[in-house]
Structures are given as C-alpha cells and as structure tokens.
Design a protein around this ligand. Structure first.
Ligand code: PAF
Length: 286
C-alpha cells in the first residue's frame, strides 16, 4: 500500500489504476481505525480492483465544542490495518491540502431533509461538513463505488441522497455495523470510555433490541415505546441525546403503517457521545 498526501499525487495514481482497467473503490475515514473500518475496506476490495482509503480528521464537520483536537490520530497503526484489509492506496492529506484557501470561504454542500433532526439536530453544520468533504473526496478520486458504515445510519442516508441529487455516478455501499461480543458497536470514540463506562455502554444496543422486539411483537405506540427506552437508558447510566423511531429510507418520523423502520439513538456515557441504530423490516401482516 502506498501513502500519498497531495491531491496531485492521488489523481496520478488513481488515473494509472484506471488506465489499467481497474474498478476504483473508496473508503473515507477519519482514522483511528478498528475492525469495523477493516470490514469496510474488505467489502470495498470485494467490489473493486483498486481500493483507496482516506484518513482525514475533517475540521469542517466538528462543532466548536466538539472533540476535534482530542480526536485520536494513529497513522502507523492505521497503515498496518489498511494494508492487512487489502487497501492499495492511503490518501492522508493535511488540512491545507483539503482546504487550500481556508475553510471560511469553502463552497459547501448541504443535503436537506435527511440531514435534519437526529445528529443533524444536535450537531448543527455537521452533515454539511460531511457532505462537503465527501463531495471533495469523490471529485478527487472519482471512484466507481464508495463504502460507508451503517453505524452512521443518518450519514449513509445523507450520502445516498447527495449522489442521487447531484447525479454522481458512484455506487454507495453500506457496511454492516461491527460489534464487540457484548453488543457495543465499534467506534473510535469507545476509547474515551473508562472501565465502568465501557461495561455499562452495551445497554445502548440492548435498549434498541428491546424496542425492536416490541415492534416485531406488534406494538405501534411509538411515544410509549420511546418513553420506556429512555427510562432504560437512564437506568443504565446514559444521558440520552435522542432516541427515535423513523422510516428507514426517508428518515421521516415513522407512521403506524410503515414497515421499514430504524430505531436510532445518541446518548452520552459520561462525556462520551455514542450512537447506534437498529433497522428492521416488519411483515405486512403485522
Ligand atoms: O464517518 C466518518 O468517519 C466521516 O464522517 C467521513 C465520512 C470520513 C467524512 O469525514
């Protein structure tokens, strides 16, 4: 695997691969890679002949009081993981390579509707930052396909709409959430948890599973279900940011006759904000 930092070098290497007739896959990341990212790269390698991963902690998607400065950086370990997962090229630009004219005057991409509420509600400007950097990466690499984790369910919906609305000829592939044995979704932010917080954290997924079981059992009183879920999260030591049941494609609040649903949550364990989701398709008969 080669590591490149400038857009010029990146374009030259990708053009060469394309001249060789290779199908190009892209996996954008912010680094501090874990088994979940490795699974995304492996998925890309199953669909493409030349896999590019990017590691760039994108300042544009962090709010003023968020963890941009303390966001973990671990380039050597990331390079090793990417190589083992089958990545061919790591693009690791600096802020000045991504935003040569600074960030204030940067053209931005905003994706309405699906960006609203949930993480978009609690993190104003976040999805504009994500959509902008992902659009730039798409233009730099011009991949045939790109892989994003389903753990960031709203982000995946934003990117699917972005490519649809802007007619980008890129296939977007979702990669299933990878979990620890106790159910906690793997996340770069899990490293912020102390031992007691780490033991309590799997309750987030258990609450989602409990709600999914109730929905599968025929319950449709969404406000009642959410109130119970919130109580369970608080009993487990979480301070909940949101817990919602939405229609899985549009992300609008779920109606009683919707069958494709997703339960989404963001909750703080101590100072650490964790997110998770569970998508489910209910049979027509329910
Ligand atoms: O999911 C992430 O790690 C980031 O939001 C992404 C897609 C790499 C954009 O910076």
């Amino acid at each position: 695997m080669i590591t490149l930092t400038t857009v010029r070098e990146l374009r030259a290497a990708v053009s060469q691969a394309r001249r060789e007739g290779k199908r190009i896959g892209l996996v954008p990341t912010m680094g501090n890679l874990h088994a979940g990212h490795a699974a995304l790269v492996e998925r890309a390698a199953r669909h493409a002949d030349f896999v590019v991963a990017s590691v760039f902690v994108n300042p544009l998607q962090f709010g003023p009081h968020e963890d941009l400065d303390k966001y973990p950086r671990s380039l050597a370990a990331d390079q090793q993981r990417l190589t083992e997962a089958g990545c061919h090229l790591l693009f690791h630009p600096g802020v000045e390579d991504m935003y040569p004219d600074g960030m204030d005057g940067q053209t931005r991409v905003s994706v309405p509707l699906v960006s609203e509420g949930l993480c978009g509600g609690s993190r104003p400007g976040h999805f504009e930052g994500v959509a902008t950097v992902v659009s730039k990466l798409f233009n730099m690499v011009q991949p045939d396909l790109a892989v994003f984790g389903e753990k960031d369910f709203q982000q995946l919906a934003v990117i699917r709409k972005l490519v649809r609305d802007l007619n980008m000829p890129i296939e977007i592939i979702g990669g299933p959430t990878v979990r620890a044995e106790d159910g906690l979704a793997l996340s770069s932010r899990n490293g912020y948890l102390d031992q007691a917080q780490r033991s309590a954290a799997p309750a987030l997924y258990r609450v989602l599973q409990g709600l999914a079981a109730d929905l599968r059992g025929g319950r449709r009183d969404y406000p009642g279900l959410i109130a119970e879920g919130l109580l369970h999260l608080s009993q487990a030591g979480f301070r909940t940011d949101y817990l919602e049941i939405r229609e899985a494609t549009s992300l609008r609040p779920a109606a009683v006759d919707d069958r494709d649903l997703v339960i989404l949550a963001a909750a703080y364990m101590g100072p650490t904000r964790l997110i998770d989701n569970l998508a489910l398709s209910l049979p027509q008969s329910l």
